[in-house]
Design a protein around this ligand. Structure first.
Ligand SMILES: O=C(O)CCC(=O)C(=O)O
Ligand SMILES: [Fe+2]
Length: 159
């Protein structure tokens, strides 16, 4: 993994999310459903719940313990593992009681790394590549473009 993804020159990005109390939480969404780019997402929360993960078609509440790091499999780990590990679809709902804060640390390959299924995991007969390769930079550009027509970037790189 370290060699394949050039992790010596990898990238870490931090997103800080602030969700103030919302008077009508049933009408709002903190962050809509998505999965993250990168290999892993390490998430810290301030003890106020709101994170939900999609599991077997149902949204499951994740407890929010402070001083705890939550590790999510993200899109690039799904691609490199050729689908063996699945990227976690998640969202954040809001509450009318407390302010919620989360810090998401994305562990990713450099922007010039082509993210593709590891050749060691493929064989053309039984385990062909299930994803096309894409530079991390292009993946990010596609994610922020309006060319997705409601699909995720991950859906776009699936063969
Ligand atoms: O606030 C959360 O728990 C989720 C944040 C998140 O999904 C993100 O920053 O990508
Ligand atoms: Fe996320």
């Amino acid at each position: 993994m370290e060699d394949r993804m050039n992790l010596d020159s990898g990238l870490q990005m931090i997103a800080a999310n602030l969700y103030p109390p919302c008077p009508q939480p049933e009408l709002a969404m903190g962050i809509p459903p998505h999965s993250d780019h990168g290999l892993l997402n390490l998430l810290m929360q301030n003890g106020v719940s709101g994170l939900q993960v999609l599991h077997n078609g149902k949204w499951i509440n994740v407890s929010s313990t402070s001083n705890c790091l939550l590790a999510f499999v993200s899109d690039h780990l799904e691609v490199v593992s050729n689908g063996k590990y699945k990227s976690v679809v998640h969202r954040a709902v809001v509450s009318n009681k407390a302010t919620r804060i989360s810090l998401a640390i994305v562990i990713a390959p450099s922007l010039d790394t082509v993210v593709e299924p590891a050749k060691e995991l493929l064989d053309s007969q039984n385990n062909p590549a299930a994803y096309i390769g894409m530079k991390h930079r292009d993946y990010l550009q596609l994610q922020s473009s309006n060319r997705l027509n409601g699909k995720s970037v991950l859906d776009n790189v699936k063969i």
